[in-house]
Write a protein that binds this ligand. Sequence first.
Ligand SMILES: *Cc1c(COP(=O)(O)O)cnc(C)c1O
Length: 226
Amino acid sequence: MNSIAERLTEVRRKITEQCERHQRRPETVQLVAVSKGKSTAAIIEAFQHGQVLFGENYVQEALKKIQDLHDLPIQWHFLGPIQSNKTRDIATHFQWVHSIDRLKIAQRLSAQRPAEQTPLQVLIQVNIDDDSAKAGVAPDQVAELAEQLSQLPNLQLRGLMTIPAIKAVPVDAAESFAAMNRLFLQLKAQYPQIDTLSMGMSADWQYAIEHGATMIRIGTAIFGAR
Ligand SMILES: *Cc1c(COP(=O)(O)O)cnc(C)c1O
């Protein structure tokens, strides 16, 4: 399988299969195609095959693509670390941000979100494995940050995101995903608008779906190696 269209079709087929295996409706799992390092032509090919949600990690690279593709009704998701000097670009050009882990950054995004746009949809990134190489808040800090974010007028808190520590085998991520699902359900019980649990990448998304992911972020399996 070498075309993006074929790989996308195959990924979707497997997602449906995995949902059925775990008694979940396939429409409860959204697919974000992670296009970092890939060309606008690659994004267009995926879009022409029905892909609407795209994820990017680097602001400069993303802005160029967003500009080039402004005619297409793509929903852009920011997934990478956020520097203070990039918050205005992110607040202006993205619809979703998955990587919120500091109040100060969230305050800037809210203040810089253009008034004519709908609120920026945001997720709190959780460092579920306490991995020093990963961004994100500790699980016991989620409640406090959620409370603070819910006060910001131009952000809408939609849920949680995680990237587990690198595991010896992908199935080892299952425990981390299960822990995330427990945190997600607690938060959802407190805030009615919480509906999104973003977890699972090319190597481990099957286990993320098994443990309640509502959004999976897949790059390599759609676009090929970076
Ligand atoms: C790169 C990236 C992905 C996609 O990773 P693949 O292994 O290529 O599917 C998903 N989420 C985040 C946050 C990423 O940085």
